[in-house]
Design a protein around this ligand. Structure first.
Ligand SMILES: Nc1nc2c(c(=O)[nH]1)N[C@H]1C(S)=C(S)[C@@H](COP(=O)(O)OP(=O)(O)OC[C@H]3O[C@@H](n4cnc5c(=O)[nH]c(N)nc54)[C@H](O)[C@@H]3O)O[C@H]1N2
Ligand SMILES: Nc1nc2c(c(=O)[nH]1)N[C@H]1C(S)=C(S)[C@@H](COP(=O)(O)OP(=O)(O)OC[C@H]3O[C@@H](n4cnc5c(=O)[nH]c(N)nc54)[C@H](O)[C@@H]3O)O[C@H]1N2
Ligand SMILES: [Mo]
Length: 712
């Protein structure tokens, strides 16, 4: 809503919500003067985000008013990828898209059209699901969206169910906090206040991360396992906890199934073996297991990164066993949080319209866009049109060289809806201008707290930019779709996309949201004190009944429908699946490519968003690779030298940062640097692994061996 004028008659403040794919979903206040936004800041009243914005979004107006914004529809006027475009009208753009889609459908069928929408915007209206109803109605290929969190979600579903875990604000009550593959200071900064408060009250902070991150540096204790070995660590902890009688027998008895099988599995992980696998000392593993069990309430914050390892799904399942084993769920502040989004009462079927999907419609996973476009997948019909929205696949998917080759195909008709001339947009035939958050209406769930956040438009859209919802209304009209869902206004979507009568919405009205900007779901702060897990048995499933039945759907916000994952490949009890590419598990490959490459989240970008804005670029620096001093010395690499990072899949060049923040044998590079601003126009996506991890078709992108050499 618009709140009382600050000073002067034509200055007012508007309550909004940060639109980004980040757990924090901040409540924001935009100050508007004479129709211009002059300031964006955090809303001090919000109990979780508490008035601060991160170092990326506190410069949001740089994004809104950037001279590089795409503000008008554009048609390609040079060769693909050249970046040459001419301005056209919306009518021309829509007619061209409609005509091309119709002729492709006539010649090849609608499956020759592939949408590609991801998480550039996280709103319930304009986010991940905004394109689904339209493309399902069109009969297009279904893009399976597993770039983020599908591995975590599947692991949760198989073990403790799709639970929010606990209220992250209850971290203040915790006495032992474990951040497991979670770089909170970079990726979830507003949780830090609650961790700091808990530490003031005596809590200990442990970080489990192969890298000494900003967060690890602040911890009481940093444990650095070898990448991809966390399942062994968790099973080793479980073994010690059971052997040393530190388990909570009463909690296990009442609220879990499969303890005997878990105990048997864990016994395969004696501490010596775990030490060999993980590289962590026997004493440290013992101390971790003992302290974690004894110091209650203990809590684990899991990041997303584990799913980017081949055995990551099983690692997450094994870690999910820990709080039930020690009864951490019993007390306020105990348990485990990964993503809190599951209780938000979204009407997925209304938003995504899976009922439009024609039987047997083809599914292509987004990670495989490059192979799909080049013809390597031998799709019939081939992809003849690609529609990108909320995403920059040239940087966020895998097989970058193949994507470039595919996007360069002359007959491929590519449409990109964007705020900026991204690397992907530069290959478009048509670019459509997208509005930013302060130019549109939105309502947001969160995956890091329990508040719904409301975003009122603060300014008129710049140029001819439109919200994603308006874009799909226009496209539907261009295709002659008269279904009611394509006539809904944004205000009607807010009403229909949420179940306002759900019990969690008690006390929450639209008026309250508009006035306050946010409202907390009605949920227990510690929902599993007495079990109540959202699993088929209602208990914590050390042995997964879904895996046992052998047939479950990958839970995903991203599709009403995704492929089923056969249970045959899924062990009923969590196990350790070694990395596909590591020195220990694949010595032949490691002889040629001895370094494990982790792709990590950039501190000053949001994935690739902001990667073109001067202040953010200055803070983030150029494409870099962190390398251990001994690994650098062995290769004659000096600090800040340009190096080539390569394997059989591809290569990129980066600036070497020599630091013992990474362990020997591990290199790391932050995601998000733009291809065209990088040496040899290549980034991480050129060489990361193209396989899936064990669960949820997450990309095993951080299970990647490389070699690094000096560029001469
Ligand atoms: N190697 C490697 N690959 C990864 C990951 C990794 O760790 N390593 N992480 C994965 C994860 S977790 C994720 S979430 C994905 C992220 O992958 P993407 O979803 O592709 O994220 P971004 O790179 O930020 O690109 C989002 C684009 O959407 C645009 N955008 C923002 N708002 C709007 C809007 O309202 N309308 C329209 N039309 N466009 C908008 C932005 O300008 C930006 O260019 O990448 C995945 N890929
Ligand atoms: N500043 C900023 N914030 C972001 C984003 C961003 O791009 N920039 N992206 C947002 C998105 S889309 C997401 S999904 C989240 C992701 O949030 P996180 O999961 O916290 O982010 P990552 O950097 O991918 O991984 C966290 C840590 O896991 C470690 N890690 C990697 N492999 C392993 C392993 O095998 N074992 C262990 N124990 N640790 C491992 C990495 O070294 C890294 O420090 O962040 C969100 N927030
Ligand atoms: Mo993500």
């Amino acid at each position: 809503m618009t709140i009382a004028p600050n000073s002067g008659e034509d200055e007012h403040r508007v309550l909004g919500a940060c639109p980004h794919d980040c757990p924090d979903t901040c409540s924001m206040i935009t100050t508007v003067q004479n129709g211009q936004a002059i300031d964006v800041r955090g809303n001090p009243d919000h109990p979780f985000t508490r008035g601060t914005l991160c170092g990326k979004v506190d410069k949001f107006l740089d994004r809104v008013y950037s001279p590089d914004r795409v503000l008008y529809p554009l048609r390609r006027s040079g060769v693909k990828g050249s970046g040459q475009f001419e301005r056209i009208s919306w009518d021309e753009a829509l007619k061209e898209i409609g005509d091309r889609f119709q002729s492709i459908i006539a010649k090849y069928g609608a499956e020759a059209i592939m949408p590609y929408c991801f998480s550039g915007h996280q709103g319930i209206l304009n986010g991940l699901m905004v394109s689904d109803a339209f493309f399902n109605r069109l009969g297009a290929t279904i893009a399976e969206k597993t770039l983020c969190s599908s591995g975590c979600a599947t692991a949760f579903e198989l073990s403790c169910g799709l639970t929010y875990g606990l209220d992250p604000e209850a971290f203040v009550e915790s006495k032992y906090i474990v951040l497991w593959a979670s770089n909170v200071i970079t990726t979830n900064i507003h949780l830090w206040h609650f961790i700091t408060e808990a530490r003031k009250r005596g809590a200990k902070l442990v970080v489990i991360d192969p890298i000494r991150t900003r967060t690890a540096r602040q911890a009481d204790w940093h444990l650095a396992p070898r990448p991809g070995t966390d399942a062994a660590l968790a099973l080793g902890m479980i073994n010690i906890i059971i052997q040393e009688n530190l388990a909570d027998a009463d909690y296990i008895e009442k609220y879990s199934v499969g303890y005997a099988e878990l105990k048997a599995r864990a016994s395969e992980f004696p501490v010596d073996r775990v030490s060999q696998i993980t590289g962590i000392s026997v004493e440290d593993i013992q101390t971790l297991a003992q302290d974690y069990a004894k110091i209650q309430p203990s809590v684990i914050r899991l990041g997303v990164a584990l799913e980017r390892q081949t055995g990551g799904g099983n690692a997450i399942r094994a870690i999910c066993c820990l709080p039930a084993l020690v009864g951490a769920w019993r007390k306020l502040g105990g348990g485990l949080v990964q993503a809190t989004l599951w209780p938000f009462p979204l009407n997925f079927d209304v938003i995504q319209r899976p009922d439009f999907i024609r039987p047997k419609t083809r599914i292509v996973n987004q990670w495989h866009l490059g192979r799909a476009l080049t013809g390597e997948m031998e799709l019939d019909p081939p992809i003849q049109a690609l529609f990108v929205c909320n995403s920059n696949p040239l940087l966020s998917a895998a097989d970058q060289d193949k994507m470039v080759a595919g996007l360069s195909r002359e007959e491929l008709f590519t449409v990109v809806s964007e705020q900026f001339f991204t690397d992907t947009a530069s290959f478009a035939d048509i670019i459509l201008p997208a509005a930013t958050q302060i130019e549109q209406l939105e309502i947001m769930f969160s995956w890091g707290h329990l508040y719904l956040t409301y975003n009122s438009p603060a300014i008129q859209p710049l140029g001819e930019a439109v919200s994603n919802t308006e874009l799909f209304r226009r496209l539907a009209a261009a295709m002659g779709f008269t279904d009611d869902c394509f006539q809904l206004s944004d205000e009607q979507m807010v009403q229909e996309f949420l179940d306002w009568s759900a019990p969690v919405m008690e006390g929450i009205s639209l008026e309250r949201l508009q006035q306050q900007g946010y409202a907390k779901l009605k949920l227990s702060q510690s929902p599993h004190a007495e079990g109540n897990f959202p699993t088929p048995s209602g208990k914590m499933e050390f042995v997964s009944s879904l895996a046992q039945n052998g047939d479950f759907v990958i839970p995903s916000l991203r599709q009403g429908l995704t492929d089923r994952q056969s249970g045959e490949v899924v062990d009923r009890v969590p196990n350790y699946i070694p990395p596909a590419e590591s020195v220990l598990s694949n010595p032949n490959l490691a002889a040629r490519y001895p370094l494990s490459l982790l792709s990590i989240k950039p501190h000053s970008f949001l994935n690739s968003s902001y990667g073109n804005l001067p202040k953010h670029l200055k803070l983030e620096g150029s494409l870099k690779i962190l390398i251990h001093p001994q690994d650098a010395e062995a290769r004659g690499i000096v600090h800040k030298q340009c190096v080539r990072v390569f394997n059989e899949r591809g290569d990129f060049q980066a600036i070497a940062h020599i630091t013992d923040d990474v362990q020997l044998g591990v290199v790391a590079s932050p995601l998000g640097q733009w291809r065209r601003l990088s040496p040899i126009s290549k980034t991480l996506a050129a060489l990361v692994a193209t396989t899936y991890s064990d669960l949820g078709k997450a990309g095993a992108v951080s299970d990647t061996l490389v070699e690094v050499i000096v560029v001469v």
